[in-house]
Ligand binder design. Structure first.
Ligand code: C5P
Length: 234
């Protein structure tokens, strides 16, 4: 599995994302488009960034009945994204429907990853609001294994969980990890964090990095530092 750095383009307009990406000149980093940008600009922003040469992780976290997710995924697949995701809590039939919908006539499809428990959910919230009484680590691993058995390619998880996910689901099962901060950087609102270097060491496949790059004084230098630490292991 080729490692890569995915920049979380958490902007609310095309103008802002284009201004940001213009800093990179001929470099075309892998970008994540989340709900904020997608709901602001629609499919056109996905098409435009793809045409400009970027790989795209469309982070819309689908969760609905299997037939609805299957049909929605078929539409997203036509946008030619490289990676997309859903909530693994939608269960096996929904995940299988998603895979069917994503598969293009030529047999190719984007990488499909599952969200296990959101990192904003802690043990107490899970027990109180979701009535799930098992330890959260066990729940995350169970969701990861269920996603794997449904045919998904991997999961989004905290970098602290990536090693265990690989132990439980195998090395080929992709781990996509946000919560990345430089050793000398601001932590912000992220709680369970790792540096790009540590994320490489524990075997994460993709890191998703937002503010350490988007809010840096020199975003291109910050991106290149992520690539050196995470991809090249320098
Ligand atoms: O700015 P920062 O590096 O914290 O951005 C991380 C990105 O990863 C954001 O787009 C955030 O929504 C996303 N994310 C996360 N934790 C998750 C899932 C997604 O931080 N568990």
């Amino acid at each position: 599995m080729a490692k890569d750095v995915i920049i979380a383009c958490d902007f609310d307009s095309k103008e802002k994302v284009m201004n940001f990406l213009s800093l990179f000149k001929d470099k075309k980093p892998f970008v994540k488009i989340g709900m904020e940008l997608y709901y602001a600009e629609g499919p056109a922003i996905v098409k435009e960034l793809k045409e400009n040469g970027h790989k795209i992780f469309l982070d819309l976290k689908l969760h609905d009945i299997p037939n609805t997710v299957k049909k929605a995924m078929a539409v997203l697949s036509r946008l030619d994204v490289d990676m997309c995701n859903l909530h693994a809590s939608g269960a096996t039939q929904m995940m299988k429907g998603a895979l069917e919908g994503l598969t293009r006539p030529d047999g190719t499809r984007p990488i499909l990853i599952g969200v296990t428990q959101l990192t904003s959910t802690d043990q107490e919230t899970m027990e109180r609001d979701l009535l799930i009484k098992e330890p959260i680590d066990k729940v995350v691993m169970h969701y990861a294994l269920t996603a794997k058995n449904a045919g998904l390619d991997g999961v989004v998880c905290s970098p602290l969980e990536a090693e265990k996910v690989h132990d439980v689901c195998g090395k080929e099962f992709v781990t996509v990890t946000p919560g990345i901060r430089f050793a000398d950087g601001d932590v912000g609102d992220q709680k369970r964090i790792m540096t790009p270097k540590e994320a490489r060491r524990i075997g994460s496949d993709y890191i998703v990095v937002g503010r350490p790059i988007t809010a840096a004084e020199d975003p291109v230098a910050a991106y290149e530092r992520c690539v050196r630490e995470f991809v090249l292991g320098e």
